[in-house]
Design a protein around this ligand. Structure first.
Ligand SMILES: [Fe+2]
Length: 205
C-alpha cells in the first residue's frame, strides 16, 4: 500500500471513530431532551466538536460529482434510518429554494461558506399549493459555526467559497426518507414537493 493510501485510510478510520462517538452523544441528547431548540443547540455543539479538527475531512474524500454537482456523503445512518449524518459537498453559487425538512436538522461548517436565509409562512394555509414566505433572518455557516432547524422551519442555502464547499448536514431522519418536504417559490407564493438530493454516496476513503 502506498504511503498516501495508508494515510488516507488512517484518516478515514479516525473519522469513523469520531463520528461513532458523536452519534452516541447525539442519540442520547434527543432521547433525554426531545426535539426542541435547546436540544438542537446541544447537538450542534457536538457536531462542532466533531468538525473542530478539519484534517478528518480532507476535500479529496468528498469530491463534487462528475458533473460538478452537489453530493451528500453519508457518514452515518441508523438501521431505522434515524440520525443521518452527511458531509454535503457543493460548488460556489449552488442555491436551494426556501424549503422545510419535516425532521430536525443541524448544519455545521467545515470549508467554505453556506449562507442560510430563514423564512416564515405568511399565508393562512387555506389553499393547497399556495404558500407565501417572508424572509426573517440570515446566518452564514462556516468552520466553527452552525445553525439548527426544527422540522417546520424554512430556509434556503447559498454557497460561497473555493469549491468544494464542505458542510456537515445532520437530520433526524435520512434524506431519502423525507417524502413530504416542500419548496416555496418566494416570487409567486406557491409551493411544490421538494425531492431529496438523489446523489447520496459513501466517502471516497
Ligand atoms: Fe435544507
Amino acid at each position: 500500500m502506498s504511503l498516501a493510501l495508508a494515510e488516507s485510510r488512517s484518516i478515514a478510520q479516525r473519522r469513523e471513530a469520531a463520528v461513532a462517538a458523536t452519534l452516541a452523544k447525539v442519540r442520547r441528547i434527543e432521547r433525554e431532551r426531545g426535539v426542541n431548540r435547546d436540544a438542537l443547540e446541544a447537538i450542534k455543539r457536538e457536531l462542532m466538536g466533531l468538525t473542530a479538527d478539519r484534517s478528518l475531512f480532507p476535500p479529496e474524500h468528498f469530491p463534487l460529482n462528475p458533473d460538478g454537482g452537489n453530493v451528500a456523503y453519508r457518514l452515518s445512518e441508523d438501521a431505522d434510518h434515524r440520525f443521518a449524518l452527511y458531509v454535503s459537498t457543493g460548488k460556489t453559487g449552488r442555491e436551494t429554494p426556501p424549503h422545510d425538512h419535516t425532521t430536525w436538522a443541524v448544519i455545521v461548517g467545515i470549508k467554505g461558506k453556506e449562507h442560510n436565509r430563514f423564512y416564515r409562512r405568511a399565508d393562512d394555509r387555506s389553499q393547497p399549493g399556495k404558500g407565501r414566505v417572508v424572509e426573517v433572518d440570515r446566518a452564514t455557516v462556516e468552520h466553527g459555526t452552525g445553525v439548527t432547524l426544527m422540522p417546520e422551519d424554512i430556509h434556503s442555502i447559498h454557497l460561497e467559497g473555493e469549491p468544494p464547499t464542505l458542510m456537515v448536514h445532520m437530520y433526524g431522519l435520512a434524506l431519502d426518507h423525507l417524502h413530504r418536504r416542500v419548496a416555496y417559490n418566494a416570487e409567486d407564493g406557491t409551493y411544490r414537493h421538494f425531492p431529496p438530493n438523489s446523489d447520496i454516496r459513501k466517502p471516497v476513503a
